[in-house]
Write a protein that binds this ligand. Structure first.
Ligand code: ATP
Ligand code: MG
Ligand code: FE
Length: 348
């Protein structure tokens, strides 16, 4: 079965073709990062308009690269939420119209399920069950995953997401958007032990997170540096960046290990944009090695938003028998869900 998938929940337009037997055949991505950079964050209206500009050429490119004709396709998948309403509507509207024109079923996919199952796209994929650490720009969750559609929330952030902690701290340090990769780059020149920053909720006894206090601590340190006339010095900023990264990685690693202990599992899967962080990858790989288990990550370019994870999630759901293709064929109606709980796509 051949499925084309569309992602447009935020600032990346992604299109991909995946096959239930042969895996991912092709994927293409246009990131709007450069466009939003001048504003220091994503401007929703600009995002929607750019998705409109990109989605047709990307679709042509992907079909071409996959060597697939529209009439070879068996289904269309699209991100139905969560995300920016206008941005979601572009992908969903295009996907639904495309499906209608080709007389294909259109499958709504939950964006976080896409992230969650993306490590299964790696050459060496994990087996169920596993603990998943989902760390993206908008979410920080620990989940027990027993199979496709079988997700149990173990803990989540009470305020900022880990990606947000990176982005907001980077902004305080005067770095560009998105802050995660930039902060991580600056941190390479710094000493992670230079500043004793808080590790919020690390010993709270549950699997929840909180990152807003860390951001405040970075702000306080930055102000102190300004008072000392040192805020523009490369070494001082690099030290603060390295200390911030160390604090976030410490908390994420510690809570992941607590989740493994609680569930008795020895497989950890990391998904979402922060999963691209080198220190987090190194730390968790080592920790799982010590445990006699294993940590899995999505291929690096598939950590942040992309179409491949959406086509792939649809393939996984189809294989698991969770999609009623017939019901999704005739109905031309579609809806997006800017706020949408992952538990809504779990099997009962
Ligand atoms: P969500 O999926 O929750 O709706 P999103 O789609 O915006 O949010 P992703 O695209 O998965 O999130 O990830 C983007 C986030 O990942 C940003 O916050 C970015 O700073 C962060 N990020 C990307 N690369 C790195 C890195 N190397 N180190 C730390 N953070 C990173
Ligand atoms: Mg993005
Ligand atoms: Fe995302």
């Amino acid at each position: 079965m051949l499925i084309i998938g569309f992602e447009s929940s935020c600032d990346e337009t992604g299109v991909a073709v995946a096959c239930t037997e042969r895996g991912l055949l092709a994927h293409a991505l246009h990131s709007q990062i450069a466009m939003h950079r001048d504003y220091g964050g994503v401007v929703p209206e600009l995002a929607s308009r750019d998705h409109i500009r990109r989605i047709v050429p990307l679709t042509r490119q992907v079909l071409d690269e996959a060597g697939v004709r529209p009439r070879d396709l068996d289904a269309v998948a699209y991100t139905a939420g969560p995300g920016l309403a206008g941005a979601l509507l572009v992908g969903a509207g295009f996907a639904r119209a495309y499906a209608w024109a080709q007389d294909l079923p259109a499958i709504p996919i939950h964006h976080l399920e896409g992230h969650l199952l993306s490590p299964l796209l790696a050459d060496e994929a994990p087996d169920f069950p596993f603990v998943a650490l989902l760390v993206s720009g908008g979410h920080t969750q620990l989940m027990r995953v027993d199979g496709v559609g079988r997700y149990e929330l173990l803990g989540e952030t009470l305020d900022d997401a880990a990606g947000e902690a990176f982005d907001k701290s980077a902004k305080l340090l005067g770095l560009g958007y998105p802050g995660g990769p930039e902060l991580s780059r600056l941190a390479q020149d710094g000493d992670p032990g230079a500043y004793a920053l808080p590790r919020p909720m690390m010993h709270s006894g549950d699997l929840d997170f909180s990152f807003s206090g860390l951001k405040t601590a970075v702000l306080t340190r930055m102000r102190a540096l300004q008072d000392e006339g040192d805020a523009t010095g490369h070494k001082a900023r690099a030290d603060l960046a390295a200390s911030t990264e160390a604090a976030i990685v410490d908390v994420l690693a510690s809570k992941s290990l607590q989740a493994l202990r609680r569930t008795g599992l020895k497989t950890l899967v990391v998904a979402g944009g922060v999963g691209a962080n080198r220190h987090l990858r190194a730390r968790l790989t080592q920790a799982l090695d010590d445990l006699g288990g294993r940590a899995y990550f999505p291929p690096l370019q598939l950590c942040t938003d992309n179409g491949a994870m959406i086509a792939w999630a649809a393939v996984q759901r189809a294989r698991a028998g969770l999609i009623d293709l017939q019901a999704l064929r005739g109905d031309a109606a579609f809806a997006v869900r800017p706020r949408w709980d992952l538990s809504d796509v779990c099997v009962a």
